[in-house]
Design a binder for this molecule. Sequence first.
Ligand SMILES: Nc1ncnc2c1ncn2[C@@H]1O[C@H](COP(=O)(O)OP(=O)(O)OP(=O)(O)O)[C@@H](O)[C@H]1O
Ligand SMILES: [Mg+2]
Length: 425
Amino acid sequence: MLDLNRLPLSRKQLLSIGQATARINLWHGSVRSGKTVASLLAFVIAVATAGPSGLIIIVGRSLQTIERNVLEPLQDRALFGPLARHIVHTRGATTATILGRTVHLIGAADARAEGRLRGLTAQLAYVDEATLMPEAMWTQLLARLSVPGARLYATTNPDSPRHWLRTQYLDRLDEPDMDMRAWHFRLADNPSLSAKYIASLAAEYTGLWRRRMIDGLWVVAEGAIYAEWDEARHVVDTLPEMRRHFVGIDYGTTNPFSAVLLGIGTDDRLYACAEWRYDGRRTHRPMTDSQYSDAVRTWLADYRPPGAPDTAPRGVAPVWTFVDPSAKSFSTQLWQDGHPGVARADNTVADGIRSVASLLAADRLLVHSSCAGLLSELPAYSWDPKATARGEDAPVKADDHSCDALRYAVHSTAHEWRHLLTRAT
Ligand SMILES: Nc1ncnc2c1ncn2[C@@H]1O[C@H](COP(=O)(O)OP(=O)(O)OP(=O)(O)O)[C@@H](O)[C@H]1O
Ligand SMILES: [Mg+2]
């Protein structure tokens, strides 16, 4: 049923599919390196030959990521040929049918996920993005795979070397009772990638993420978060015309409050144009939400781009103002005061940091010299060694206010600038 003329597998893919007969089978390594295609083939072959007893389950971060990362590739005729027709799924349903067998879909982020796993008996499981699920859920899943000959197939990108999947499993491959095999994939293991595609992919990742996602290495997050940050390269005294403006706001009453005005320039670069900060602790005069709202709106109404003549009109109208999602009362205040385009900022920290880092690395994000808070925080913004020791990636929670405001504005508008990273300069 598989048309291998249409899907010429790499040696590494073939080898892994042939060897994937252990209790735990793990494909790890670089992005786009062919892990999903190889692991899905191994899984589908196992489904085709599965016995009658024990459930078949697919676990992912959410139902949506299972649909996008697992079911859609399986239904891709260009990849899986006639096999694709034997994968049946209605969007949103918590089961799918693969080769006539019912497969249960479980999103780890779903609060009921653990409960759905508890008590069931499984013979096959496929896990997408294994490092992103809680260790307790992985352990629970292994406990549920109780049918003789039961197997788990999983893929992941590398994370911290102190991550539980690495220390509790990958590092213990050689222990006799582990019954686990793993294959490390690099970009060269995907036969379909052109040199041009690989170059543009590499350009999207920098620093920590270059080493994890492109080189495929399990490395810790340590030291400066924006290692690319260089005042000589990234700080400017003049600004070009802007196509659109946005604002990112990190809210604080005892901690500093920071608002950053972000512009997308007609030169296809992003600019932190200006900043408004208030430190209620230093002044011993905390501001109310209403005072903050007045101050931010006045700051925007008075804004005049640096270098503009004194006669130039004042005022800037950001399309969206992305507010710290935990600052609900302040968002409501801004909205009640008639400020247009108030939105919740996207606060996925690691992804947001990655967005800022990629732009800095590509010289696509520059900071105006008036942004004093940002200029003092950016070079010192660093990974928290305590989180690193736990196998997690998290910034030190101090002097991160303008960094957060910038991250909110940048990451929440990713769809506006993503294409700029892959376009040649
Ligand atoms: N042998 C192959 N022949 C043709 N195309 C392939 C082959 N292997 C992988 N691809 C294609 O390359 C792309 C990346 O492959 P895949 O999704 O398996 O990578 P991955 O390692 O799972 O990546 P990620 O870490 O980003 O999830 C996909 O579009 C896939 O269809
Ligand atoms: Mg994948």
